[in-house]
Design a binder for this molecule. Structure first.
Ligand code: ATP
Length: 307
């Protein structure tokens, strides 16, 4: 039974969408519906991959909701060594981009290219290794921290595990855990915080030497210190791969090389943080709104303390 349980946990950790869906049964059927759509395996598995990813004029409609296009002529370019952030209002299509990257669906129009070749021409397993997705709430299974990281590549040496953890800003906290790398990371143990979990998941992703790292950023649940450490980890990792940051909160985005504001499935504006602020458009307004909300919260806090 133990083995069965951990097999499910491992499965879940690689399919965060399924985990999200557990609460809502109709979503499970959505997932089941997805399966036959993933096209046959391609044959490409080149030894060297640059990791240059492009969405070119992608239009996508969920089969269940044929009346609304969720992405409309969407284009994006990820370059090795750069962090690209997707921001924008809820429902804008950010997570859908990740689902397409994971090949849960195929776009109806346009194409997704990796080093110039259509994504579907690669072997699925190869893509799985080269495109690592760290979900909002990564699942760690009830094994040691070390085994959790090693799951990203079974033949990794200890040295490689430590290096990946270092890169993910996780090494320091891991060695301070009661049993260091041997500490049980199982959720029930509750030994690691949300931000620590995310950093272990980043280490697990990095150990497989991905060329593209997708981070669904859930920093709303992290404290400022944890958030900072996750961001530092991303900055470090970007020397090795292209990073796509799905940002639900703006503080994460400032350091990105390129920011894409996605609304209603279309790119409303794009550029660097400074460029977009200067432009004074939707992104600038969002930043302002968030700063105001932050100020109000701080003031309310101060008022409460004064009372
Ligand atoms: P958030 O910031 O809230 O996560 P998002 O920008 O990631 O939002 P998506 O989750 O990509 O947005 O959703 C884009 C649109 O697609 C929404 O209108 C959503 O209702 C719809 N949608 C998402 N998943 C499905 C699905 N499996 N079937 C049908 N429609 C879906």
């Amino acid at each position: 039974e133990l083995q069965f349980t951990s097999a499910i946990e491992v499965f879940m950790s690689y399919y965060p969408h399924v985990k999200k869906a557990i609460g809502a049964s109709e979503k499970i059927f959505e997932y089941v519906d997805r399966k036959p759509q993933v096209p046959a395996d391609g044959s490409l598995a080149p030894e060297t991959l640059e990791g240059h990813l492009q969405f070119k004029n992608v239009t996508f409609t969920y089969p269940k909701r044929p009346e609304t296009a969720v992405l409309k002529g969407f284009s994006l370019e990820l370059k090795p060594g750069e962090i690209t952030a997707l921001v924008g209002p809820s429902g804008g299509g950010k997570s859908t981009c990740v689902s397409l990257l994971e090949r849960f669906y195929e776009p109806q129009e346009g194409e997704i290219l990796l080093d110039g070749n259509p994504l579907h021409s690669y072997q699925n397993q190869y893509l799985h290794r080269k495109i690592a997705v760290v979900s909002q709430e990564p699942v760690l299974f009830a094994r040691s921290v070390k085994e959790n990281i090693k799951y990203g590549r079974e033949d990794a040496t200890d040295e490689e595990i430590f290096r990946a953890a270092e890169m993910a800003n996780a090494h320091k906290f891991i060695i301070d855990l009661p049993n260091g790398y041997s500490t049980d990371a199982g959720e029930k143990g509750g030994q690691v915080s949300g931000g620590q979990k995310q950093r272990i998941a980043i280490a697990r992703a990095l150990i497989g030497h991905p060329k593209i790292l997708v981070l669904d950023d859930a920093t709303s649940s992290l404290d400022t210190e944890s958030e900072h450490l996750v961001h530092q980890a991303l900055l470090k990792s970007s020397s090795r791969c292209a990073i796509l940051l799905i940002a639900h909160r703006l503080s994460t985005v400032e350091k990105a090389n390129h920011i894409i504001f996605l609304q209603g499935g279309e790119v409303l504006e794009e550029g660097s943080h400074a460029e977009l602020l200067k432009k004074g458009g939707a992104y600038a307004q969002l930043v302002q709104k968030q700063n105001t909300a932050f100020q109000r919260n701080t003031e309310e806090g101060a008022d409460r303390e004064a009372a």
